[in-house]
Structures are given as C-alpha cells and as structure tokens.
Design a protein around this ligand. Structure first.
Ligand SMILES: C[S@@+](CC[C@H](N)C(=O)[O-])C[C@H]1O[C@@H](n2cnc3c(N)ncnc32)[C@H](O)[C@@H]1O
Length: 353
C-alpha cells in the first residue's frame, strides 16, 4: 500500500463506498419485502417471529428469518433479540401503507435490466440517452410509484386551490391538458374531483400511454395522445394545462412551453411542478438525497432529456426557478408565480399567458 495514504481517511472512504453497496443490497431486500407482501403482513402485528411471519406470508421460515435480521440490521424494523421483530407505525407508513404520502416501497419494485444499464453506458459515449420507453419494461409504473404518493396527497386538496380561479372553472367544466401525463394518475385524480371537465393527456412514451388507456377505458371525458409536448396544436382553447415533474425530462422544454402557450386560452393557467433545485451548488447540498437525485438523472431524467439530437439536456436538477421563469417568458407567458406547498421534493408554479 502506498506510504502517502492517510489511513484514517482511507478507512472512512472505504466504509462510505461499501455503505452504497449495502444500500444496493438492502434495496433488493425491500424489493423482496414489497413483492412477497412481507411488510404488509407485519403491519399492525406488533412483535412477530419468523415462524409467525412465514405462516401468514406463506414463505419459508429460514429465509424469512434471514430477511428479518437484514431489515433489523438496516434499521427498517425493530428487534431486541434477533428473534422477534416489529414493523413500527412509521415504518408501516413508508413500507406498507400504499395510501400514505410517505409510501416508498413500490419504488423498489423496479430493478433496471442489464440491457438498460448497457444502454446508459453507451449513452456516456454517444451523448444520446434512452427515452422513457427505452428504460425497461415496467419503468412507467416505477415513475408512478415515485411521483404518485405526493400527487395523491397534494394535487387536488392543496395545489389546485392555490391557482387563481382554476378549481371554479373545473367545477363548471373546463378543458384540461396534462403534458407528460405518464400513466395518467393526475388526470384520474382530477377527473374524479371534477367530472364535468374534459381531460387531454400527451406523452411520447407508448408504454405509459397504453397504461393510461387501460386506466381510462371506462371514461368518456379523457383523450390521450402518444405524442410529445412539441406536437400539441395551438388550439387556444385549453383552460388549464399542467406539466408535472416532466419539463426537465423533455429534450426541448422550451419548445414544449411554446406549444402549451399556443394551446392555452388567453385567460388560461399553466401549473408547473418541478424538482426543487438551484443553480448554486451549495444550495443543492441541503438536499439529503442529492446523490440519489443525480443518479436518477443519469438513469432516467437526463437520459430522456438527451434522447435526441440538439437537446437542452436539463435532467433532474436542471430546471431551477430562475431558468424556468426565463424560459416561460421566452415562450410568451407574462405572469410567473411560485406557490408555497408542503412538498420536500418539488416546487409549484402558476404561469399565465
Ligand atoms: C417523471 S415522469 C412524470 C409523469 C407524470 N407527469 C407524473 O407526475 O407522474 C416524466 C414524463 O415525461 C414524459 N416526457 C418525456 N419527454 C416528453 C416530451 N417531449 N413531451 C411530453 N412528455 C415527455 C415521459 O415520457 C414521462 O412520462
């Protein structure tokens, strides 16, 4: 070993590196717990042994014991003896209860197939990333697992009332455009709350649109287009448009904003939900999961944002408030307001033509 090395620093560095490997392996255990229904089986049971959990879950006791001990070692469940274990209420809100805004277990359902990882490595050479459809089967559901809990908790009850006049228009019957609608969760939430309104969704991912079509097979007030935002016609008849967590994924968000401007009525409203980010590195360091965000950018957001030639290539943290404000102004919008919403990850903007 080189004599110049600071041993203490080296040990800390090596441990920090191995903790990421531990995170990868524990993620796989969360995936298994989600897939086999183990967290749900533990929820509300108090202390439970491997034998009891194996009986309710139908899984082999010895495998369950190892899984329980791994989860306890990771601090995800409680034990005092390595024999009985408890998923406490806070753990259940993150790993078992799908209706909680804090629910995260489903995010671990998606494991990147090797061909997607190969594709990302290739993108480092060519500069051209993978669109959402190239990111592996089921990745559209992983997106919903990531963005869905907060949308369910906030969109109708907290965000919409902040937008001047929008809820009233939607009660009477408005034309609503969801740009980058993914699998359609936001449309579903709004269509349930405002059945008089008509909803149009655009997304270039054919898998996401296919899932949305299945979701709305019984709805008569939803129309879906397997097209990117740039293709939206300048109809000038839309009352309310939204881009939820997707402008930074688009190769040309500037062109998307121009198209949305053309589709909106002159008194229409655009809601933009974007990842909390800043042009200043030190501000971003306040984000406790910043490395996760950049890794997600490489595998997902930047990859999509660079899935074409001549892109802006923004990525997960690339669309900060100043840049968005400038981009909306250049697209023709004259009013830009940021709203306060209790969401640790996203910022919300009301933008008007
Ligand atoms: C993180 S997902 C968000 C989906 C949905 N809005 C939500 O909140 O769950 C980003 C979406 O942007 C879509 N997207 C990527 N490029 C786009 C483009 N040029 N026009 C419209 N949507 C685009 C992707 O296909 C993907 O469905």
């Amino acid at each position: 070993m080189s004599e110049n090395l600071d041993l203490e620093k080296l040990q800390k560095y090596a441990l920090n590196t191995w903790l990421f490997k531990q995170g990868e392996m524990v993620s796989l255990m969360i995936h298994l717990g989600y897939r086999l229904g183990l967290y749900r089986a533990m929820d509300g049971q108090g202390m439970i042994s491997a034998k009891e959990l194996s009986e309710v879950s139908g899984c082999h006791e010895r495998w369950i014991l190892e899984w329980l001990r791994c989860n306890a070692a990771a601090g995800l469940i409680k034990t005092s003896d390595g024999v009985s274990f408890e998923l406490e209420a806070e753990g259940a809100a993150v790993l078992s209860k799908a209706d909680e805004p804090t629910y995260a277990a489903a995010v671990f359902a998606n494991i990147k197939p090797i061909e997607v990882i190969d594709g990302i490595a290739e993108a480092f050479k060519t500069g051209i990333g993978l669109s959402y459809d190239g990111q592996g089967e089921g990745s559209e559901h992983a997106v919903e697992a990531m963005c869905g809990p907060m949308s369910k908790a906030l969109l109708v009850s907290q965000v919409l009332p902040l937008l001047d006049g929008v809820a009233n228009k939607m009660k009477k019957g408005a034309k609503v455009l969801d740009v980058g609608c993914g699998t359609g969760l936001a449309i579903e939430l709004l269509a349930e709350a405002f059945p008089e309104s008509f909803f149009v969704g655009y997304d270039p991912s054919s898998r996401a649109i296919e899932a949305a079509k299945q979701r709305f097979s019984e709805f008569e007030n939803v129309e879906l287009f397997n097209l990117g935002a740039e293709e939206i016609p300048d109809s000038g008849d839309v009352d309310f448009a939204m881009t939820l967590d997707c402008l930074h994924d688009m190769p040309r968000p500037d062109l998307a904003l121009k198209a949305i401007w053309g589709a909106l009525k002159k008194d229409g409203t655009l809601l933009v939900k974007e990842i909390k980010s800043s042009a200043v590195w030190d501000d971003n360091l306040r984000n406790p999961v910043l490395a996760l965000m950049y890794a997600t950018s490489i595998t997902t957001c930047l990859s999509s944002a660079m899935s074409d030639k001549d892109t802006l290539g923004l990525g997960t943290l690339g669309l900060n408030p100043d840049l968005l404000s400038e981009m909306t102004r250049e697209a023709g919008f004259t009013s830009f307001q940021q709203h306060k919403v209790d969401d640790p990850t996203n910022l919300y903007y009301e933008v008007r033509p």
